[in-house]
Write a protein that binds this ligand. Structure first.
Ligand SMILES: [Zn+2]
Length: 413
């Protein structure tokens, strides 16, 4: 039986696990109930399991049994597990029971899919040409859970470095259900936060000449940041700046002492990210100076660009086409402007990340997107998510193993 056939038999129990996770979403780096469910789902499998110390991660290592494979290559598969501070409004039968928390980004499907991959691969352990590391990760939504797991050694969990890494992300909109979509090179943006506090001197609204108005200067910065995007950056290396927070003042006839705002900055190359850090900070400071004010400016890098290794992307695309059919892979023309902390792994290990359409409404064009309180995910895709991850591991271990055997040993003297 193919991995896909075996995965279909797991579909029912993976959906049960996903719905149990969905009912009890947890946010951030500490997900004790989620961790409990994952450990229970992996119980009885031939895995070496460890849990995180600074976060409630689960790392499981499956040792491939092919005797000639030792010490074979290592492949890492990742699933993130955290939810969002969103109040669910889908009306699903398995709707969130936790006030103000919802699996609105589908990470419950990633967790269940990765459990499925572990089940499929454990069944084939004897023939695996190397080891597989399963990375169950908390805190993707802005907590840098992947960075924490890298620091705690997930990339050395098998005792040898990971050779290739893969992850997937479901989407409640944009792609038809069951379609895998990706591209070589940059796939998702780097994100950074720009935090600005403009300090002036308060006074009476009728006598601005006797005060130092921080609102006027802060407004000028907000518009100048958009000019910066078009004048200081290459149009073919895009930058997105959005000011999402702006606070100032208490009353219309009072000039406040200070004004503050925050922006998110998205870039698609290390060059643009470095340039943004320098140019945006100077722009805000210099505008403040020009008006006789000061500005406290912090540029805080969050996640790097998620970059698919070209060869790994091509391998992933051909694996989807061979295992699921030509029509199941959609090449993406452009990267997307969202960010991902799987970039922490892909920064260190060649690999690829892929989106999987899981629209539950029948019309991905109009379906509520990930992060919406109405985002609904079709968990009928779980068996295919599990099958693809398992398929990638099996094939990559085989090819890495073959490659290692082709390289003649260096002569010893
Ligand atoms: Zn997500």
């Amino acid at each position: 039986m193919s991995l896909r056939d075996d995965a279909r038999e797991l579909q029912g129990e993976l959906a049960v696990l996903r719905r149990a996770l969905h009912r009890e979403p947890e946010i951030g780096l500490q997900l004790p109930r989620t961790q409990e469910k994952v450990l229970a789902a992996l119980d009885g499998l031939p895995l070496e399991i460890s849990t995180g110390s600074s976060l409630s991660s689960v790392t499981a290592v499956l040792r491939g049994g092919a005797p000639e494979a030792r010490p074979g290559p290592v492949v890492l598969l990742r699933g993130d597990m955290d939810a969002l501070p969103v109040t669910e409004r889908t009306g699903a039968e398995f709707t969130s029971r936790i006030d103000g928390a919802m699996h609105a980004c589908g990470h419950d499907l990633h967790t269940a899919g990765l459990v499925g991959a572990a089940r499929l691969l454990a069944d084939r352990r004897e023939s695996l040409a190397g080891d597989v590391v399963f990375m169950f990760q908390p805190g993707e939504e802005g907590w840098d859970g992947a960075g924490h797991m890298v620091e705690e050694g997930v990339l050395q969990a098998a005792g040898r470095p990971v050779d290739a890494a893969y992850g997937l992300h479901v989407s409640s909109s944009s792609y038809p259900t069951g379609v895998f979509a990706s591209r070589p090179g940059p796939l998702m943006a780097a994100s950074a936060g720009l935090h600005v506090r403009v300090v002036g001197a308060g006074g009476h609204g009728s006598r601005p000449h006797a005060a130092l108005d921080p609102i006027q200067a802060a407004c000028e910065m907000v518009t100048a940041l958009q000019t910066m995007v078009t004048r200081r950056f290459d149009v073919f290396d895009p930058v997105v700046v959005t000011v999402g927070v702006f606070h100032a003042g208490t009353r219309r006839n009072v000039i406040p002492d200070d004004a503050s705002f925050e922006a998110t900055v998205r870039t698609f190359s290390a060059t643009a990210a470095e340039r943004a850090a320098e140019v945006a900070v100077r722009l805000c400071q210099d505008i403040a100076t020009a008006h006789g004010l000061t500005a406290e400016v912090d540029f805080v890098p969050e996640y790097p660009v998620t970059v698919n290794d070209t060869a790994e992307h091509d391998f992933l695309a051909s694996t989807v086409r061979e295992a699921f059919g030509e029509e199941r892979f959609e090449p993406l023309a452009d990267p997307i402007t969202g960010s991902e902390d799987f970039s922490r792994v892909l920064d260190r290990v060649p690999g690829a990340f892929v989106f999987l359409g899981a629209d539950a409404t029948g019309d991905p064009e109009t379906a509520p997107s990930n992060h919406s309180p109405l985002a609904a995910f079709d968990d009928g895709v779980l068996s295919d998510a599990a099958a693809l991850l398992a398929e990638l591991a099996v094939r990559r271990l085989d090819s890495l193993d073959r490659l290692a055997k082709e390289v003649p040993c260096a002569p010893t003297t």
